[in-house]
Design a protein around this ligand. Structure first.
Ligand SMILES: Cc1cc2nc3c(=O)[nH]c(=O)nc-3n(C[C@H](O)[C@H](O)[C@H](O)COP(=O)(O)OP(=O)(O)OC[C@H]3O[C@@H](n4cnc5c(N)ncnc54)[C@H](O)[C@@H]3O)c2cc1C
Length: 299
């Protein structure tokens, strides 16, 4: 059978999930192409300290570069592309990018991650880069142990996260973006609550919070909880019925979506948005795709 020019699997998204899937598929002698818009959440990571195998930590961009090199070493091909179309036609997927390029394959792995909604503040990128503004307590609250920490966002969400962060520091302040709720909701958390509706600031080193017409309060670390956007709509185009919350339902034992040949892995489906979860799901999906694609004996 002439397999030239045909991909076995298209992976949409080149973060830790998509790159791990590409490495596995390459090592299974499958033809795999990664279509990636280049906005991995991992690029924000100044230093990850819970990534297995890196006891001294690793920056997100360094990790991504290593993972790309590893996948490329087993034949994965890469395209910078923003995918806007995903249709299933005659048992094959047709994938289109916003610039009109088009690819086809019998299987697709969606690994498009999430895009964090960031606070409306000046120099937010620089604040993330130096760790003053952080987006993931599971990732880096350990490094905020006993520091002065602010939690910014809607009351309902920051109360929920206050309990988790109280395990790391007694110096907690809640910075609500909407009305302040009942303080009893905080129960044993013992956190300071500042007036709602203030703005976040960054002075080049630390983040501050200024309630309307009042003086600013400064913190070692601020965690905003403003939610995120996802590309789950691509799965819907291919026939997946999303959950009421707009999420892609997957069978956790194989990462299948219910539409034949379409898988979803990593932050776009995880619930626990972690590199180790993303790479685990990638391995599961890659092996399942391989098992379901036609068997190709070695010549
Ligand atoms: C500041 C910060 C610190 C973090 N620290 C840690 C940590 O220490 N440890 C840890 O385990 N996790 C950490 N995380 C979480 C970690 O980054 C994510 O869990 C991980 O990146 C998820 O991998 P993914 O491949 O699912 O998604 P991503 O890494 O987000 O990759 C998705 C890729 O898909 C691309 N994409 C999206 N839509 C399309 C489209 N339509 N067409 C083409 N490409 C598309 C994106 O551009 C992106 O490149 C951190 C996150 C942040 C923001």
């Amino acid at each position: 059978m002439d397999r030239s020019g045909i991909d076995d699997v298209l992976v949409i998204g080149g973060g830790p999930a998509g790159l791990t899937a590409a490495t596995y598929l390459g090592r299974l002698h499958r033809r795999v192409r990664v279509l990636d818009a280049g906005q991995s959440r991992a690029r924000w990571i100044p230093e990850s300290n819970n990534c297995p195998g890196f006891p001294d930590g690793i920056a997100g961009n360094d990790l991504l570069a290593r993972m790309r090199e590893q996948a490329g070493g087993y034949g994965a091909r890469f395209e910078r592309a923003t995918v806007t179309g995903l249709q299933r036609e005659n048992g094959r997927y047709a994938v289109t990018a916003d610039d009109g390029r088009r690819w086809q394959a019998p299987a697709v792995i969606l690994a498009t991650g999430l895009a964090d909604r960031l606070p409306d503040m000046e120099h937010g990128d620089a604040a993330i880069a130096c760790g003053a503004l952080r987006l993931c307590p599971v990732c880096d609250a350990y490094e905020a142990t006993d520091l002065d920490v602010g939690i910014f966002g809607p009351w309902r969400d920051i109360v929920a996260h206050a309990r988790f962060l109280r395990g790391y520091t007694a110096r907690l302040s809640l910075l609500p973006t909407d009305a302040t709720g009942a303080v009893e909701e905080l129960e044993d958390v013992d956190a300071r609550v500042l007036p709602a509706g203030g703005r976040l600031l960054f002075d080049g080193r630390r983040c501050g919070y200024r309630p309307d017409g009042q003086e600013s309060h400064w913190f070692d670390v601020v965690y905003p909880f403003l939610g995120w956007d996802s590309s789950a709509g691509l799965a819907r185009q291919a026939g997946v019925v999303l959950t009421g919350r707009g999420e892609i339902p997957v069978d956790r034992s194989h990462q299948t979506t219910g539409v034949p040949g379409l898988y979803a892995i990593g932050d776009v489906v995880s619930g626990i948005n972690q590199i180790s979860v993303a790479v685990g799901q990638a391995a599961v999906a890659a092996l399942d795709v391989h098992a379901r694609l036609p068997f190709v004996p070695r010549a």
